[in-house]
Structure formats: C-alpha cells, structure tokens
Design a protein around this ligand. Structure first.
Ligand code: ADP
Ligand code: ASP
Ligand code: MG
Length: 403
C-alpha cells in the first residue's frame, strides 16, 4: 500500500465541473488501494479577487488580516472536493490548516512551513478516509493565520509529503509536465521527462510558473521526488528528482522568462566601501527584492554607476527611497520599465565551453539588445526589452536544439 499526496492547482479546481473531474482522479488512486491525501489551491481567480478586495479597502491593508483574507479561497475548494467525494461514496473531509495545525514561521505573506502535525490525518487515513487539506497557509506562534507566498500550495504538498512520509507526491496542473519553456509562449516547447532539482529551482526562480521555487527547494532539502502531471489529460508527466546521473547529453534543459522587470541606474555614486550597502539597506528594509546588480569600473577612481533591477511594481517606492537616502550622493537617476529577464538553464553548461557566446550570438542575430547580464554555474540570464521576449525564446530554443 502506497501513501500518495496529490496537489491540485487553481485551474484544476477552477469550476464545479473541474472539481467533479479531479474527484475522479482522486477516486482512481483510492480504488488502487493507496492511502490518498489531497492538497488544493483556491479555485482559479479567487485569490486574485480577494487581493483586489483588500486593495479596495485600504492601500495599506493590515498584513495579518491580508493573510486571514486571502487564505479563505482554499477552504471553499477543499470543502467542495470533500463534499463531492462524499457524494460519490468515499469517506472524505476537509481540513483548514489551523485545524491540524500547519505551523509556520517568518513574515505574513512570506511564511515558511516548519511542521505539519499529522496525527489526525494519519488516523483518518487509517480509517480509509481521504483528507483534503488547504494549501498555501498555516498559523504562526501567535495562533494567527499566515500565507506562504503566491502559488504556495505546491510547497504545502511537498511538506505534507515529508511529514506524512509519502511514497509519491504528484502536482496536478493545467499542463502535462515541465516543458523546455512555457508551452503557452512557444509552440515548439518540448516536455522534459526528468529534471534535476537544481535546474527546476533555477527555472522556477527565473519565471517558469509551473512550480513554485520554495516547493522545489523544500523537495531538494528533503529528497522528495515530485511528479508534475496534467489534471486535464492522462499523460506521462515530468519527474523532478535529485539523481546525479546525467539524463541526456542536453546542454541546456530549459528557458525561462520574467515579466514586469525594471532597471534603475544611479549615475556617479562614490566608489568606496559601504556605498552599495547604503543604497540597498532601505530597499531591503522595505522588502523590495533586488535582482541583477552591476557596478561599472570607475574611470577616475572616485565615481561609478550602479545598475540594478527590481519588479516594476516596486519602482515608485524604490525611487522615493533612493531620493530620501541621505547617506548616498550621486549625479543622476535613470529608470527603464517594460523589461524582462530571459534565462537559459542546464547543468550541462558546467562542462561545456562557449555557451555564453552562443547565447549572445543567437540574440544578436535577431537584433536583440542585451541590457544586463548575470550568470551562475548552471544559468545565464539577460535583461531585454519585454517586446523581444518571444523572439529571444524562439532564437535560444533553436540555438540549443530544444525545438
Ligand atoms: P496551477 O494553478 O496548477 O498551480 P500554474 O498556473 O501555477 O498552475 O502553473 C502552470 C502554468 O505554468 C502553465 O499553464 C504554463 O503556462 C506555465 N509555465 C511556465 N513555464 C512553464 C514550463 N517551463 N513548463 C510548463 N509550464 C510552464
Ligand atoms: N491560491 C493561492 C494563489 O493563488 C495559492 C496557490 O494557488 O497555490 O497564489
Ligand atoms: Mg502554481
């Protein structure tokens, strides 16, 4: 008898009809004598609606109430799933995270799951029941509801698989696996059979929405294999795993892209120790995420230019914080919006020379201007104008033989 954790994303439970369909998937696992536990997201669009409502109430909505509010979508979808399974003759009930509880620490909207108390779940499963648990949320040490970041139900599923000691964790979504690039953006995208945690982690962090980055990190830390499958069609999916054996001779495994990046250049800041820290201190305190950072070599040994990227939504706040910052002096501030980061990812690049050149050449041949570059052992990212993203992905997909 296997213990399986099944997670269903927003689109998979996006309508009454969809909920009836996922109940058929759940039933099929149960009929094969598995112990089955389910994590569900809110029905698609529901969390966004709740976020919108909080903004209509206040542009400075209480952070703890925000989490109490946006976590409610999952209670609805879980109760509907449990209700349908009961209708179909199965023993099933829903759990909201605080009822178990799922214990988190860290800030509201960005908490991390520390522990899931599985006693009630284990008892229920032993009695043949199918527990349906809310994804995306938990409680903190003040007994208040927390959420773990958008798309966080993926991470709830991985952590439940860890604490319940599951044999399998399957992420059911609206595509039938992880592709070389977003199949909705590029028609020639190919399904990947197996991918390393590290590659998936880079792809997820660099914009491939199919898996939430924290969940991949949690899976890697706890050595939990993840299967990504479609809840719409019964097809083989993708295995995300940590095996060290090379899967193929592919150099690049995937291409990711982001939306809504912005670039800021502070022209003529002093070139001395502590300046970069002074620039970024207030941004960090205001939870503004700085991504790519480049500092020019100073020509005169005194002044330099500092360029960095943030999300466009944070641009106004960042501008204000820099202008208010008394601990730095500079000549000029310049801003650039509507930018995107396009990244190629693959463990194969560690041992293959010439990848950077091939990437830049492929982009140059399509006359795509590169604004900022950043690299790590297994990825190269370039910042480009958002209008060039599709073209860039197509060129790189072809260059690295992913078509
Ligand atoms: P869910 O609601 O099930 O959590 P998401 O919307 O979070 O689903 O993730 C699935 C979406 O991720 C797909 O519809 C697809 O457009 C997008 N996506 C982005 N990059 C990739 C990729 N490399 N492979 C597959 N899907 C991707
Ligand atoms: N419902 C939450 C969101 O939309 C969590 C999730 O879907 O995983 O972000
Ligand atoms: Mg998701």
């Amino acid at each position: 008898m296997k213990t399986v954790v099944l997670k269903f994303g927003g689109t998979s439970v996006g309508s009454i009809d969809r909920i009836k369909k996922v109940c058929k998937i759940i039933a099929a696992y149960k009929k094969k004598k598995n112990r089955v536990l389910v994590i569900s997201s809110a029905m698609s669009g529901v969390t966004n609606e709740l976020v919108k409502k909080s903004k209509q109430i206040s542009n400075n909505f209480s952070r703890s109430e925000y989490d109490a509010l946006v976590s409610t979508g999952e209670q609805v979808s879980c109760a509907l799933i449990a209700g349908r399974l009961t209708h179909d003759g199965f023993k099933s009930r829903s759990w909201v995270s605080w009822q178990l509880p799922i214990i988190t620490d860290g800030p509201y909207s960005g908490a991390r799951i520390n522990k899931i108390v599985t006693k009630e779940l284990n008892n229920y499963v032993k009695q043949g029941g199918i527990p349906i648990v809310t994804g995306f949320q938990g409680i903190n040490n003040e007994n208040r509801i927390t959420t773990i970041g958008r798309s966080g139900s993926d991470a709830t599923a991985i952590m439940l698989a860890k604490f319940i000691k599951a044999d399998e964790c399957i992420i059911y979504t609206d595509v039938d696996g992880v592709y070389t690039t977003d199949p909705r953006q590029h028609k020639k995208a190919k399904k990947i059979k197996k991918i390393f945690y590290d590659e998936m982690l880079e792809m997820a962090s660099l914009g491939s929405k199919v898996m939430q980055p924290t969940s991949v990190q949690d899976a890697k830390l706890n050595n939990i294999d993840i299967k990504v499958k479609s809840s719409f069609a019964n097809k083989p999916g993708t295995l995300i795993t940590g095996s060290k054996k090379a899967f193929s001779d592919q150099i690049i495994t995937g291409i990711s892209s982001t939306k809504n990046d912005a670039k800021i250049t502070i022209v003529g800041v002093k070139d001395r120790p502590g300046v970069a820290a002074s620039v970024f201190r207030p941004l960090s305190r205001n939870l503004i995420n700085v991504d790519m950072v480049v500092q020019n070599i100073s020509q005169n040994g005194k002044d330099t230019d500092l360029t960095f990227t943030i999300k466009s939504d944070d641009l106004k706040k960042t501008e204000k914080l820099i202008k208010q910052n008394k601990s730095i002096s500079y000549k000029k501030l310049s801003f650039d919006k509507n930018l995107s980061k396009v990244s190629i990812i693959g463990v194969g690049m560690i041992t293959t020379p010439g990848i950077t050149y091939r990437m830049f050449q492929a982009l140059a041949s399509k006359k795509i201007n590169i604004l900022v570059i950043s690299t790590s052992e297994i990825k190269i990212s370039v910042l480009v104008s958002s209008k060039n993203v599709k073209k860039a992905i197509a060129a790189l997909h072809k260059e690295f033989k992913l078509d």
